[in-house]
Write a protein that binds this ligand. Structure first.
Ligand SMILES: Nc1ncnc2c1ncn2[C@@H]1O[C@H](COP(=O)(O)OP(=O)(O)OP(=O)(O)O)[C@@H](O)[C@H]1O
Length: 358
């Protein structure tokens, strides 16, 4: 559906996009995720045609968009600042892009009603736009884009101005809406949780390049570099060395864990200057309480910090033989005993949950 072929973009001397290659499939919910300034908005704008490119090509439906102006592209954009007209009604805002299409009054009302229903604002047509809440305004902006039936909807941080509860609600509604209308959604966000929740696939960008493009689970479980691992969720790292490699099996030794065998799919490049390391997510380490046994491997550790979150408790534990504490998280199941700072404990872990960066 959309293809980037070695796309470069310069702003004067500044190299904002540095060789982007990617394909976005029709009907996909695709996110561009990365820290501020990594070029995700610039990349989104090259699809819309608001931004020219310096070299390479952007194709939509196999057609090179080089000479196609923004208003002739099958795309529509929803912005972070809900760019609606405060002096118009909700219905006038939603129907704005159709006003020159010569539709009958009835047809216009029908299309507006349909779009408002899609975004959960049925019956709001006559209201004044300036009297809406932030979440409602963003819905109006969405309805205004959807009514034009674009093949691709481009969303530039559409939820970032909303409070946490409203944002989470809108995330679920956007997913539902995308399934319902079946068009391609491309979302720009710097919020990794939002990207994980909403996307079929995510391109993680740093400094004008795509560092990894994968589905949420792969990004979370098998980040291809320490930088991606650090950007998405929390990952603990311990120094490790490779002892031998034979076929698909890689023998390693990691501080605190000892020797083990990993499959080559668990071994990535992308180590930092600190050297090779194994990484693991906080929920893959488990404290073993009295009488519990590890299903796989176990190590001894000392509790350094306990942080209670209601549904979860985070423990910072120092595994024997390591220098700094690792964070582990446990769901608070009814009746779980609480450990104190300084307590000695056994922790269970599994080599299958580790990723090695070399
Ligand atoms: N019109 C412009 N002229 C010059 N430099 C620009 C222009 N637009 C963007 N840049 C620069 O290009 C880089 C990428 O900008 P872009 O807006 O794509 O980043 P982003 O990843 O979307 O960040 P944010 O989340 O902060 O919006 C930034 O360093 C920015 O300062």
């Amino acid at each position: 559906m959309i293809e980037f072929r070695d796309v470069h973009k310069y702003y004067g001397d500044y190299h904002a996009l540095r060789g982007i290659n990617a394909t976005i499939k029709a009907g996909e919910f695709f996110s561009l995720l990365g820290p501020s300034g990594c070029g995700k908005t610039t990349l989104l704008r090259t699809i819309a045609g608001f931004e020219g490119i310096s070299s390479g090509a952007v194709l939509i439906d196999s057609k090179d968009m080089q000479s196609v102006p923004a208003n002739k592209r099958p795309t529509n954009m929803v912005f972070q600042s809900y760019a609606i007209f405060p002096h118009l009604t909700v219905a006038e805002n939603v129907g704005f892009g159709l006003r020159r299409d010569g539709l009958s009054k009835d047809e216009m009302a029908r299309r507006v009603g349909e779009a408002l229903e899609m975004v959960g604002l049925k019956g709001y047509g006559a209201r004044a736009a300036h009297a809406l809440s932030g979440g409602q305004r963003q819905r109006v902006a969405l309805a205004r884009a959807l009514i034009l039936k674009p093949k691709v909807l481009l969303l530039d941080e559409p939820l970032s101005a909303l409070d946490k509860k409203m944002r989470e609600q809108m995330q679920v509604e956007l997913i539902r809406l995308q399934r319902q209308v079946g068009i391609t959604f491309i979302l720009v966000t710097h919020d990794q949780e939002e990207a994980l929740v909403m996307s079929d696939r995510i391109a993680v960008m740093f400094e004008g390049q795509i560092a990894q493009l994968a589905d949420p689970e792969t990004l979370y479980r098998r980040p291809n570099s320490r930088k991606v691992a650090d950007f998405i969720g929390t990952m603990n790292f311990l120094p490790a060395t490779i002892l031998s490699e034979q076929g698909d099996q890689v023998e390693i030794e990691a501080q605190g864990f000892g020797r083990m065998s990993l499959s080559s799919a668990q071994v990535m490049g992308g180590a930092t200057s600190e050297g090779a390391a194994v990484g693991f997510r906080p929920e893959t380490l488990t404290i073993l309480f009295d009488g519990q046994t590890a299903t796989d491997r176990e190590s001894m550790a000392t509790i350094e910090e306990v942080v209670y979150y209601g549904d979860m408790t985070y423990y910072d534990v120092k595994l024997d033989g390591t220098e700094k504490a690792m964070r582990l998280s446990m769901r608070n199941v009814f009746g779980r005993p609480v450990l104190d700072i300084g307590a000695r404990t056994r922790v269970a872990w599994s080599p299958g949950a580790l990723v090695m960066f070399r």
